[in-house]
Unconditional design. Structure first.
Length: 293
C-alpha cells in the first residue's frame, strides 16, 4: 500500500503544482475530448490541428503587447483562431480548392508568423512555452479559464447535441428538414477554438490538439454508439492525463508531451485490440480465408 501511495497519490498530496496540473488536464479532458469526437465524426480531424496552429500568432501578439498576460494571450489566440476558421471557410466557398487544403495553407502561414513574432520579440524560452506549454506552471487564473471553458463547452454541446449529431451523420437530411445546421456548425467551430485556447495554457499550441483528437480516435475504435464514444473519449483522456503526469513526475520528462505520448500509446494499442477496425481481427480473418481455400 505504501508503494502505491508513493507512486500514485504522494505527488499530488505533497505538491500544489501537481494538484493544479491534474485539475487543469481533468477539465480539458471533460471539454476537449467530446469536441474531438465530433471532429472525428465530421471528418474534420486535420482541422483541429490547423486551428491549434492558428492560435499561435494571436497569442504572440498578445505576448508582445502585454507580456505573459493570460487575458491578452487568450484573447489574441481566440481572435486569430476564429479569423482563420472564417478565412478558410470563405476561401473554400470562393475558390476551387477544398476546405482541408485551405486550412492547411492557413495553418502553415499562421504557424510561421507566430514563430517569427515570438522569436523577434521574445526569447527561445518564451517560444518553447507557447509551443509546448507547461502544465506544471498552471496557476489560479489559468485554471479558472480552463474550468470556465469546460463548463461553457459542456453546456453548449448539450444544447446543440441533436442538430450537431444529425449533421455529422447525415448533413443532407439536416438541410432537407430545414434544421439549424449552419448555426450549430458555427457554434461548434467556436468551441474548437476556445478549447484550443484553453489547452495551450497547459499543453501549448502544438500539444493541445493531442488531448482533443487522440482520445476521440481511440474511443471510435472501441465503441460504435455515439454516447459511448463520447464517454469513452473522456475516460481515455482522463486516464492518459493522470498516467502522463505521474510519468513526467517520476521519470523527469516534460508533462505535456508525456500526456500526449500516453494518448498515442493507447491509440496504437487500440489499433491492435479494439473491436472496430482492429489489425488483429483482419489478420485472423485473412487466416480463416486461407484455411477455407
Amino acid at each position: 500500500m505504501n508503494e502505491i501511495y508513493q507512486l500514485v497519490i504522494a505527488p499530488f498530496a505533497e505538491f500544489e503544482f501537481m494538484r493544479y496540473a491534474l485539475a487543469s488536464v481533468l477539465f480539458l479532458s471533460l471539454s476537449a475530448a467530446p469536441v474531438g469526437v465530433f471532429l472525428v465524426m465530421r471528418r474534420m480531424s486535420l482541422m483541429g490541428d490547423a486551428m491549434s496552429h492558428a492560435v499561435l500568432p494571436g497569442a504572440a501578439i498578445g505576448y508582445i503587447f502585454a507580456g505573459l498576460s493570460l487575458p491578452a494571450i487568450s484573447l489574441g489566440g481566440l481572435i486569430t483562431g476564429l479569423l482563420m476558421a472564417l478565412g478558410a471557410g470563405l476561401a473554400s466557398r470562393l475558390s476551387v480548392v477544398k476546405e482541408d487544403a485551405n486550412f492547411a495553407a492557413f495553418y502553415l502561414g499562421c504557424l510561421a508568423l507566430g514563430v517569427v513574432l515570438v522569436s523577434r520579440h521574445g526569447s527561445n524560452v518564451d517560444l518553447l512555452g507557447l509551443l509546448f506549454g507547461s502544465v506544471l506552471a498552471v496557476d489560479t487564473p489559468s485554471l479558472t479559464l480552463i474550468a470556465s471553458v469546460a463548463t461553457f463547452t459542456i453546456i453548449t454541446l448539450t444544447i446543440i447535441y441533436r442538430p450537431l449529431f444529425i449533421e455529422s451523420v447525415d448533413p443532407v437530411f439536416m438541410r432537407i428538414m430545414g434544421g439549424h445546421g449552419g448555426l450549430s456548425h458555427i457554434l461548434f467551430l467556436m468551441l474548437v477554438v476556445i478549447n484550443l485556447v484553453a489547452g495551450f495554457q497547459a499543453l501549448g499550441t502544438l500539444m493541445s490538439v493531442g488531448l482533443m483528437m487522440l482520445p476521440a480516435i481511440c474511443a471510435r475504435l472501441w465503441f460504435s454508439r455515439m454516447e459511448r464514444i463520447l464517454f469513452g473519449a473522456v475516460a481515455i483522456a482522463i486516464a492518459s492525463s493522470l498516467v502522463g503526469l505521474l510519468l513526467s513526475y517520476h521519470v523527469n520528462i516534460p508533462s505535456g508531451p508525456a500526456i500526449i505520448l500516453i494518448c498515442a500509446s493507447f491509440y496504437l494499442l487500440s489499433l491492435l485490440i479494439a473491436p472496430h477496425g482492429t489489425l488483429l481481427i483482419r489478420i485472423r480473418s485473412h487466416k480463416h480465408r486461407g484455411v477455407r481455400h
